[in-house]
Design a protein around this ligand. Sequence first.
Ligand SMILES: [Zn+2]
Length: 179
Amino acid sequence: MPSVRKLLKVFLCNNINDIVVVSCTNFETMAYIRLTKEFSFEMAHFLSGYDGSCSNIHGHSYRLFVTVVGEPINDISNPKLGMVMDFGVLKSIVNKRIVNKLDHAMVLNNNLDAQSLISILKDRFKKVEVVDFQPTCENLLLDFVEQIRADLPNGIKLHHLKLYETSTSYAEWYEEDNK
Ligand SMILES: [Zn+2]
């Protein structure tokens, strides 16, 4: 099945003037486009050993921005024609991997000497997530990178993530910083 670009090129080049021929060149150019979707979740944690108030149990209203990059599909037979990826697919990946798990959850570092606390919380509450890292904004981002990448469709790359821990504080991960 010929692509829309090829069909348009044949039509335009055979029928119209020099101005439209310039457009033919543009149709040949493959463009990378970034897509971003925003998510939010409420999560409790504490930073063991930290020399500030975040060493106590507290919560944040996190806002997560996920940006992917790819080329729009140009196969006219593909129902996702013109899309880099379906926003709904990106939403499903991030909700399944991150938001559904962490929203209204308590996150604890498994490396702490706090096994008795972990078992007490797990007995009392449904959503207790134990992770192998200090649950800072930075470390959460690194975990999110691995999880989102695992489910992205072929040809789609994770470009960057931005995670707001408060309304004025956020951490970012960029693929280009980590090559
Ligand atoms: Zn905190």
